[in-house]
Structure formats: structure tokens, C-alpha cells
Design a protein around this ligand. Structure first.
Ligand code: ADP
Ligand code: MG
Length: 899
């Protein structure tokens, strides 16, 4: 049985034992359903309500703020009970899912008025946080993922991560080589529910901190490879699975998603037809910290505004919006595919007329992707069909616009096979919908009037009868009014009482004797007559036949459309890709972005680059562009040390560089005048001393953990951006760590990297590594004691820290500033400590300061041929006795002193 971790799946068979013996037939039904779904809250349909009993009732009453009542109150077999009206179920279910609960929906399987004895009931659906109940629980512009993580049984620490979006039928999987990789994938997917297989425990604790909205559930039993393949083959078609997904652990994770969804959908065929496998090298890796620091989809305050996505999302369709978001969080790492996407964007940049027309058309197109899935799961409403009809009506115009494109290579650029149609316009589906569906049908099929007149002869006939009956009713009303002489007489209908003749108090004595009294109300009397009963009977009969026929036709219509779901989804996918390409072209046009030249080199050259969000929001209209030139080839500067006063724009510069890489590799133009980008395998950014107190870890610990991840994860092809690392500890400590990290990045990893620092000492690193490490600073000018930020990059380290000027800008009182200036002068002159201990490093000349080259002796350390070193090299450590070791140390010290 599943073991809840965070999600609180309450109840259990134990809770059912009380009152078992004396149960009524209905409660026996309930018990059977609950025993089949012990880990879910059971919503048990009784008439117009869904009732919850026992512990479920207690929990639901608390979570949903319902009144807790009792069945058989006061009796020994009293049962706690709470209920929600069936028409409002959606909102309540949604709230339970948001709280991490799993919900089982038990329906009445027949009309209670038509069965003798007890109504049959069945659990028709189980919903979990990862599978939304209906549109209320879905964000139209985001995917809704259930993710499953499995641990590899063989080999080192690999994880399989699979994601299923049941609202679109997308199933994907990948293999992460370690915990960090799995967590990055989880961050990218932003799952609503995570199923953790055995051995995936370490993920649970990490998730509880970073993904508060995901319900995390440990699934006890191992998913065996053979079972997994069988489950996937059954869903996707035999043999397909191994070919499309070579990783066994990824297949196991995918199978877990599929079997979980199958269990929820009680026998329905799932709309999942493909498993998309991402091999690790295919995607530009962005770990969770990087996603956060770059503010890709959420800004630092957690909102969407201020994030890159909000700036670039001009998509016109929901599937387009979802695709754009997915691409932004998973840019590519392969040059040909990136170029193909850029080609499409370039086409729409060059064809503004086509772009405008397509975007206009797309505005009229609904969420065909999710509509297709609703059809497949038999959950489409008449209004959904209206949305589909409207969408399909646009397709010929979309195809026509593209066909008129004057660019001869357009077809190839957009990947349309030669001779094939631009778009499957689904003409016969559109015609079917036009013929069958009324112009403005009611929200629910049961309300009637969904099918258009003239579509079905049988329905037309019964509708004629029905309308005839209605006309007869109107005529009867007029006749009764005349014959009785009651001018206010009305024929009325209620669901409970049926048809009746309404007579007000004043005229009651005029009612003919052959009318039968039905009911007395405050305002008068309600009668019926033999004639009225007869007509009402006929009418009811006709109405019922019309409703039945209409229900049949609607079901058939949905089924016919569902049979074409693959075509609809293919159309949706194509439209989404065009929507994204048009959007990125629109952004490029609006903000003057350029096509990046992406290749397999190790270059990163940006001319007049800007930060896409700061340029539009904080520094709108006065943003200063800057150039960046990094290269991991030998002879190129690969490490930039960036200094400058606070608020000068260091962080902005570094982030815009990383963002240009992300944008380019997702297939977008970039905010620059020109860009040459050698493809990057991972972007790793870290900001020092970011506040993580809420996680209960010291900021410095977090900073160091993140730094460790960067140093472990980066390769020569990576882009590393470190912003003020080493700030969270004492000056010496921090400087030492910053220095060692920068050195390691430069010497050992040798990747393209930018390192912003407030440690001026660090700029010395560039002197010892000419050509491959450069100092840059973001300029500011001190003017009459005030700081003026120019935001312009210049070569060389910043001349000074400007700390005091910055403090003034921030409003530190003048006496304090004056004292600070005096201390600064003392310190810089080397006059020792003015009134208290200060850092011993100040007051010495640069030459007198201790060596900062901590870990590598090549450049500034002791000379390579020092006798002490020679002696050390000759030592065989394993053979030394303790005494010999002591003597060795004494000798070494002597040599060191002699030198
Ligand atoms: P630092 O990291 O050096 O302290 P930031 O990068 O955080 O500075 O920038 C501080 C502010 O300066 C930003 O919020 C932005 O409003 C402004 N700014 C940064 N770079 C530029 C630029 N190139 N042009 C105009 N304004 C800028
Ligand atoms: Mg900064």
C-alpha cells in the first residue's frame, strides 16, 4: 500500500470497523467502496450531495469548513458525516487536491427514480493532486505534471524521472545521473505530485524545502523492469517503448506514471500515445538555483511579473504558452535543432504581414490540445465542442496564410513535408460540428437543446411532438381563461408538482367543479384537470424521448470526434510551435533583438547586450548596453573578474549574459546587437549570501553548498556566473574561499566564467594569468561626494570600493560618514588601527601581505625547485615511522628557514 509522506491520505480500513455488523445496505456499499480506496477521501453520491463519512468526514469538515453532522445521530451506530452539494463538487475537490489529498468519486450508476431498491454505486474516478479534476484545477498556460522518480538498481546513483500531464496526454522521461540532476529536473517540471519509488528517499527531504506545493508520496513496492515494459507496451503499443526510451530506469518511472493514472481512471483508455525520452546531453542543464537566480519563470518575490517569461510570453494560444514555458526551462544543447528553431523565428521576423495574420487567427483558436484529451476521456461539454468548432473554423485561413508566404524556403523551415498540406484542416470534423451542434448550446448536455435542428430525423420528429405539446399547452391556457372567466389564470410547471392551473385567491370561487385541487398556497389555489393531465403526459413523454435521443446523439458526436484525437493533437502541436515562433519574432521585433550565431565553438561574444527585463522595467529607456567577450579556447579570456561599487550593475551584467545563452539555446533571438554563442552544456549561476533563513540553514552554508555544486557540475563547456561568493563569512575566510574558487574555475575547469566580487585583492589573480583572466569593472563616478552610476563596463579593476559614497547614497548620517572617511584614509595610509582592532592586512603594502595563492604553487607560490619541495617529493609516506616523520618535519623547517 502507498505510504503517505507529505500528503495526508487519511482513513483506512480500521476506521470502518465500527458499526460494521448493523450496517444498512447503503452503508455496506459505502464500506466496500472505501475498502477499495483506503488512501483516498471517498465522496459518496447520495441524491444531490456527495457525502463523506467517518474519519473522511472529520477531515473534510476541517479542510473545507463544512458542518460535521452525523448519520443516525444519537444512536449507538452514529456515524460522523459531512456533505457537499454535487453541483459545487468541482470547487471542493479542487481544495482537497490543493491540500495534497487524494479523492475517490463514487457515483450513483442509475437514476434513483427508475430503480427499485438500492441504487447501484461505483467509484468512477480517483483524482490526485497530480491529476486535476477539471479545468478549475488547471492553469491554462502551464502544464500540470504528475512526476515519478525511480532509483536505478544497478550502476551508480542514477535516477529515472518521468512526467505525465494527464490534461494533455504528454508523457516524457529522462535519466538523471545523480541526485542534483534529478532535483533540477523536478524543479523544471514544477510537479503538483511526486511519486517516489524505493530508494528515492533523499529526494523527499530536498523537495519538502523547495517545492512546497508538490504533494510527495513514497510508493513502497519496486517497479520491476519487466512489469514496467509490459505496462508501457500495453499503453503505447508493443515494442515501441524500448526503441523510444533506452533507459530502463526512465521506463520504470514512466510506467509508474501510467499505472497510477490508469488506477485513477477506472477502465478508461488513457489518451497517452507516446513516451518522449530526453537523453541527458540533449538539454541545457539549469539547476534549481540557476532557474531561480535568473528569474526565468518567477521573479525573486515569487510572482510572475518581473520574470523573463512574462516579458516574452506574447503567445496567443494556451498550448503555445505551455510550449514557450517548457522551452524556456529546457533550452537545447544541440546546435542543429537550435538553428532549426531560430530559422523559424527568423522567417516570421522577415515576414511581418504573415506574422500578424497568423497571430490574429491564433487568437481565435482555443486549447485544442486539452479539448482533444477531454474528448478522449469523455469529459467534453457542449461548450467545449463550441470551442473546438470555433478553433477548427480558423484552420483553413491559417493554412492559407502560410501558403501565401512568398519565402520559398518557408515550407522547409517550418518542417512541412514537400507536397503535404500546411495543416490538416480537419474539414470533415468541422463540418460535423457545424451540422450537429446548436449555435449556443447550454453548458451541460443534460439541459437539452445541444443538437441542432435538422441534424437527426428522429430527434426532429420528437421535437415536433414536444413543440406541438407546448403549443397545445399555450392554446389550452387561453381556452381555460375564456371558459372560466379568470383573466389572471396561468398554466405553470414545476419539477416536483408537474403542470397545474394557477388561480389567485380572488377568483378561486370561479374554478369549475371538474377541476381537481392539487395544492393550496398563500396566493391562491393550484388545480389540475383531465385534459391538462393528458396533454402534460404527452408532453412529458415527448420531452423524455427528445432528451434520450439527444443524449445518444451527443455521445456519438463526442465519440466520433474522439476517434480523431490524434489528428487534433497533431494540429494543436503544429499551431503551438508556430505560435511560439511568431511570439519570439514579435518580441525580437518589439525589443530589437538579434539572431544569435550558435555553433560548437567555446566562444561567447555579445555586442551591446542588454538585460531583457531590467531594460523594460527598472531601467526603462536608460539602459546602458555592454559588450562581453569570453572564450574557453586557449589564448582567449575565459574568466572575467568584475568589480565596481554596489548598484553599479555587476549582477545585471552577469545575468544578462547568462540569459542571452538561455534565450539563444531555447531558439530565441537575444537582446544584443550581435551575438556569437558556442553552445553551452550547463549554465550555473550562484549569488552569494542569498537569504535562505526560512530553510533553517545559515546563508553561508547554503552559499557554500551551492558553490560546491557549481564546482562539481561545471565542465569546460559550461558557463559559470558567480556573484559575490564568499560574502557570508569573515573577510579572510571569504577572500580565501573566493580566491580558491576563482582559481579552480580558471585553472582546473577552464570554462567560460564571470565572477563579480567586492574583494579587491582578487583582482590580482588576473595579473598572474594574463590573457585568460581579465579584470573588468562597471564604472561609477564620484561627483561632489555623490556616486553617479554610468553602468558602463571598462577594462581593469575598479579603482576603489566606493563603499562610503554608497553609504551616503543610502542615507547613513553625515557624522558617521565623516568618521568612516577618516578611518579609510588611515587604513589606506597604513597608519594602524584607529581606535580598535582592524584587519591586520591593511597597513601593509601589497608585497608584505601574505600569499593568497592558496592551493596551487605554480604562479605565486614557492619556487618549483625549492630544496624542501625536493625532499618532500622523495618521501615515501607509507614507510615512515612516527619518529622519522617527526625528524622529517624538523628538517623541512630548517630548509624553509635557510631559503
Ligand atoms: P550591483 O550588482 O553592481 O550591485 P545591480 O546589477 O544589482 O548592481 O544593478 C543595480 C541597479 O542598477 C539595477 O536594478 C538597475 O536598475 C540598474 N542597472 C544595472 N545595470 C544597468 C545598465 N546597464 N543600465 C542602466 N541601469 C542599470
Ligand atoms: Mg549585485
Amino acid at each position: 500500500m502507498d505510504r503517505p509522506v507529505k500528503a495526508r491520505y487519511p482513513g483506512g480500513p480500521g476506521a470502518m470497523s465500527k458499526g460494521h455488523a448493523s450496517q444498512t445496505p447503503v452503508m455496506r456499499q459505502y464500506t466496500a467502496a472505501k475498502e477499495a480506496h483506503p488512501d483516498a477521501l471517498l465522496l459518496f453520491r447520495m441524491g444531490d450531495f456527495y457525502e463523506l463519512f467517518f474519519d473522511d468526514a472529520v477531515v473534510a469538515a476541517r479542510v473545507l469548513d463544512l458542518t460535521l453532522t452525523a448519520r443516525n445521530k444519537g444512536a449507538p451506530d452514529e456515524v460522523p458525516m459531512a456533505g457537499v452539494p454535487h453541483h459545487a463538487a468541482s470547487t471542493y475537490v479542487q481544495r482537497l487536491l490543493e491540500q495534497g489529498f487524494k479523492v475517490a468519486i463514487c457515483e450513483q450508476m442509475a437514476d434513483p427514480s427508475k430503480v427499485k431498491g438500492i441504487v447501484p454505486r461505483e467509484v468512477v474516478r480517483v483524482v490526485t493532486p497530480g491529476i486535476a479534476y477539471d479545468d478549475t484545477g488547471l492553469e491554462s498556460r502551464e502544464n500540470h505534471y504528475m512526476v515519478s522518480v525511480e532509483r536505478a538498481t544497478e550502476g551508480a546513483g542514477a535516477y529515472g524521472v518521468a512526467a505525465l500531464d494527464m490534461s494533455t496526454g504528454e508523457l516524457s522521461a529522462c535519466e538523471a545521473e545523480d541526485l542534483a540532476g534529478a532535483l533540477a529536473e523536478l524543479a523544471r517540471l514544477d510537479a503538483r505530485e511526486v511519486l517516489l519509488g524505493p530508494g528515492a528517499g533523499p529526494i523527499a527531504s530536498a523537495l519538502s524545502e523547495t517545492r512546497p506545493r508538490a504533494a510527495v508520496r513514497a510508493v513502497g513496492e519496486t517497479m520491476i523492469e519487466a512489469d514496467a515494459d509490459r505496462a508501457l507496451d500495453a499503453q503505447l503499443g508493443a515494442g515501441e517503448t524500448r526503441a523510444s526510451c533506452p533507459s530502463a530506469v526512465a521506463r520504470r518511472a514512466a510506467a509508474r506514471c501510467v499505472t497510477t493514472a490508469q488506477a485513477c481512471e477506472a477502465g478508461r483508455a488513457l489518451p497517452i500515445s507516446r513516451l518522449v525520452f530526453h537523453s541527458p546531453g540533449e538539454i541545457l542543464a539549469l539547476d534549481e538555483a540557476t532557474q531561480g537566480h535568473l528569474e526565468l519563470v518567477r521573479s525573486n518575490d515569487g510572482g510572475a511579473r518581473g520574470a523573463l517569461l512574462a516579458q516574452i510570453d506574447l503567445t496567443r494560444t494556451a498550448p503555445g504558452a505551455r510550449l514557450l514555458r517548457r522551452r524556456l526551462l529546457a533550452p537545447l544543447a544541440g546546435v542543429p535543432e537550435i538553428r532549426r528553431r531560430l530559422d523559424a523565428v527568423e522567417l516570421f521576423v522577415a515576414q511581418p504581414g504573415l506574422r500578424r495574420e497568423l497571430r490574429d487567427r491564433l487568437s481565435e483558436v482555443g486549447d485544442v490540445e486539452r479539448l482533444a484529451v477531454k474528448l478522449a476521456l469523455d469529459r467534453a461539454t457542449p461548450r467545449d465542442l463550441v470551442a473546438l468548432r470555433r478553433s477548427l473554423t480558423e484552420l483553413p485561413a491559417v493554412a492559407d496564410a502560410l501558403a501565401r508566404c512568398p519565402e520559398p524556403s518557408a515550407r522547409e523551415t517550418l518542417g512541412i513535408p514537400a507536397g503535404g498540406p500546411w495543416l490538416d484542416d480537419c474539414a470533415e470534423l468541422c463540418a460535423l460540428l457545424a451540422a450537429a451542434l446548436a449555435d449556443e448550446p447550454p453548458p451541460r448536455a443534460a439541459d437539452g437543446g445541444v443538437i441542432r435542428d435538422g441534424f437527426d430525423a428522429t430527434l426532429d420528429d420528437v421535437r415536433d411532438l414536444m413543440r406541438g405539446g407546448q403549443r397545445t399547452m399555450v392554446a389550452l391556457e387561453a381556452r381555460l381563461r375564456d371558459s372560466s372567466g379568470i383573466p389572471s389564470l396561468k398554466l405553470r410547471y414545476t419539477r416536483v408538482f408537474g403542470w397545474y392551473i394557477e388561480v389567485t385567491k380572488t377568483h378561486v370561487d370561479k374554478a369549475p367543479r371538474d377541476w381537481r385541487r392539487k395544492q393550496t398556497v398563500a396566493s391562491g389555489e393550484r388545480f389540475t384537470s383531465v385534459e391538462l393531465d393528458e396533454i402534460a403526459d404527452k408532453l412529458a413523454h415527448a420531452e423524455e424521448r427528445a432528451a434520450t435521443r439527444e443524449a445518444e446523439l451527443f455521445t456519438k458526436l463526442v465519440r466520433d470526434l474522439a476517434a480523431c484525437q490524434e489528428r487534433l493533437r497533431a494540429v494543436a502541436a503544429r499551431l503551438a510551435a508556430w505560435d511560439v515562433a511568431c511570439t519570439l519574432a514579435e518580441v525580437a521585433h518589439r525589443d530589437d533583438w538579434v539572431r544569435p550565431d550558435v555553433d560548437a565553438s567555446l566562444d561567447l561574444t555579445l555586442v551591446d547586450a542588454r538585460h531583457p527585463v531590467v531594460e523594460k522595467l527598472a531601467a526603462s529607456g536608460r539602459f546602458v548596453p555592454n559588450d562581453v567577450s569570453l572564450g574557453a579556447e586557449s589564448g582567449r579570456p575565459r574568466l572575467w573578474l568584475v568589480t565596481g561599487p554596489n548598484m553599479a550593475g555587476k549582477s545585471t551584467l552577469m545575468r544578462q549574459t547568462a540569459l542571452c545563452v538561455v534565450l539563444a539555446q531555447m531558439g530565441a533571438f537575444v537582446p544584443a546587437r550581435s551575438a556569437h554563442i558556442g553552445v553551452v552544456d550547463r549554465v550555473l549561476t550562484r549569488v552569494g549570501a542569498s537569504d535562505n533563513l526560512s530553510r533553517g540553514e545559515s546563508t553561508f552554508m547554503v552559499e557554500m553548498k551551492e558553490t560546491a555544486n557549481v564546482l562539481r557540475g561545471a565542465t569546460r563547456r559550461s558557463l559559470v556566473v558567480l556573484d559575490e561568493i564568499g560574502r557570508g563569512t569573515s573577510t579572510y575566510d571569504g577572500l580565501a574561499i573566493a580566491w580558491a574558487v576563482a582559481e579552480h574555475l580558471h585553472d582546473a575547469i577552464a570554462c567560460r566564467a564571470m565572477f563579480a566580487t567586492h574583494y579587491h585583492e582578487l583582482t590580482g589573480l588576473a595579473e598572474s594569468r594574463p590573457g585568460s583572466c581579465e579584470n573588468w569593472s562597471v564604472s561609477a563616478r564620484e561627483h561632489a561626494g555623490d556616486l553617479v552610476f554610468l553602468h558602463k563596463l571598462q577594462r581593469g579593476p575598479a579603482s576603489r570600493s566606493y563603499g562610503v559614497a554608497c553609504a551616503r547614497l543610502a542615507g547613513v548620517p553625515e557624522p558617521v560618514l565623516a568618521r568612516a572617511r577618516a578611518i579609510l584614509v588611515d587604513l589606506e595610509r597604513g597608519d594602524g588601527s584607529p581606535g580598535g582592532p582592524v584587519s591586520p592586512m591593511h597597513g601593509r603594502s601589497r608585497e608584505q601581505r601574505p600569499q593568497l595563492d592558496l592551493f596551487d604553487g605554480q604562479t605565486r607560490g614557492p619556487p618549483a625547485h625549492h630544496p624542501a619541495l625536493e625532499a618532500l617529493r622523495a618521501v615515501e609516506v607509507d614507510r615512515l615511522t612516527p619518529l622519522e616523520a617527526l625528524q622529517l618535519v624538523a628538517n623541512l623547517k630548517r630548509m624553509a628557514n635557510d631559503a
